[in-house]
Design a protein around this ligand. Structure first.
Ligand code: ASP
Length: 343
């Protein structure tokens, strides 16, 4: 790494770069070139900074996998030139986007830090400055000529998280994200303290970055609730082209053990639809077989998502479905940690 790290700042959209439309009073994205004018302090950082923006910045509610590929390609094309990347997106789907990017980039050895803000950068009380400046500092951090962080992270309100462990939990407070099943990788206080022990540990072998751009989107999140009907579950599981289901169950992976429900799951699995069991709880893990109400799911071939988040399960499903794996291999890879997303 060079003495002064080269960092690429990528603006895709989101509140951080939005202004109020004076007619409708709604927030909309504005020209990114103004973003750096709003934070002249950035010049004081010990890094060389370049920036790039989506031609048409988006609210992250409009995110889709074509944009994921666009972000991944920006990183791919600039991977050798830069030492680290800070990606600005809206916070609404930031956990989905950053989880997906973590699966799309294999053998990553550089920091990719996602951040954004709850208030626009021009707002007096904005959280954008701290989030952006500290994210840049994290992307610059190096030890023994190596970047400290070599994975996809999300930084928000004084905490750095592994991106594929995060969930947006608050639309009001600045502390918008949590990572219930994995500790923060760094905390920003008087000092920027890295919990080095929890950072992703790569094998010593230096392999080339591989960018996975095929994602299968024929999937669904099916969240159970007491009273869900056979008709509804049937119409979802029998949807045309359905390839994968993130089944959000209760507690440690429990679901009704009624015959109609199990039969519908069984029929879907027989049609090669991959069904992944994850919990609706924010913390803790699926343990299929722990209760009678999850035992049969295990027996008919429902895959355990263990302690993965919904966002990460969606991303992992999109990625693994594109690999055309046998059902045995699919289960093996889904239940195994590929990017630190499962404990
Ligand atoms: N709606 C915005 C977005 O996700 C919210 C934000 O930026 O935090 O793009």
């Amino acid at each position: 790494m060079t003495i002064k790290p080269n960092i690429l700042l990528v603006y895709t959209g989101g509140t951080i770069g939005m202004v109020k439309d004076y007619k409708t009073n709604a927030l909309k994205a504005f020209d990114f070139s103004q973003i750096l004018d709003k934070i002249p302090e950035i010049q004081q950082l010990n890094c060389s900074l370049e920036s790039i923006s989506f031609d048409e910045p988006i609210d992250s509610s409009n995110m889709n996998t074509n944009y994921y590929v666009k972000i991944a390609e920006i990183i791919e094309h600039n991977y050798t030139k830069f030492d680290g990347f800070v990606i600005l997106t809206g916070s609404d789907t930031m956990s989905y986007i950053s989880s997906a990017i973590s699966f799309m980039l294999e053998n990553l050895r550089k920091p990719i830090i996602f951040t954004g803000s709850q208030l626009p950068i021009g707002d007096l009380r904005t959280d954008a400055k701290e989030n952006l400046i500290t994210s840049l500092e994290i992307a610059c951090a190096n030890k023994n000529n190596q970047p400290v962080v070599k994975e996809v992270c999300l930084y928000f309100e004084y905490k750095l998280y592994r991106a594929n462990r995060t969930t947006k939990v608050n639309a009001e407070q600045f502390e918008a994200f949590t990572s219930m099943n994995y500790p923060a990788l760094a905390e920003s206080g008087v000092h920027l303290n890295f919990n080095e022990h929890f950072l992703f540990n790569h094998s010593k072998k230096l392999e080339k970055l591989i960018v996975r751009k095929n994602l299968v989107t024929d999937i669904v999140i099916l969240k159970l609730f007491p009273g869900i009907t056979e008709n509804i579950v049937k119409s979802i599981l029998q949807s045309k082209n359905l390839k994968g289901v993130v089944l959000e169950t209760y507690g440690s992976g429990n679901a009704p053990n009624e015959i109609w429900f199990l039969n519908l799951l069984k029929q879907a699995i027989q049609k090669n639809i991959r069904i992944v069991n994850i919990t609706q709880c924010l913390g803790g893990s699926v343990m299929q077989g722990h209760y009678e109400t999850s035992l049969e799911m295990k027996e008919i071939g429902v895959i355990s998502g263990k302690d993965i988040t919904t966002e990460s399960a969606v991303a992992k499903l999109m990625y693994l479905l594109s690999e055309n794996l046998s059902s045995k291999d699919f289960k093996y890879y889904f239940e195994k940690s590929l990017r630190g997303e499962i404990s």
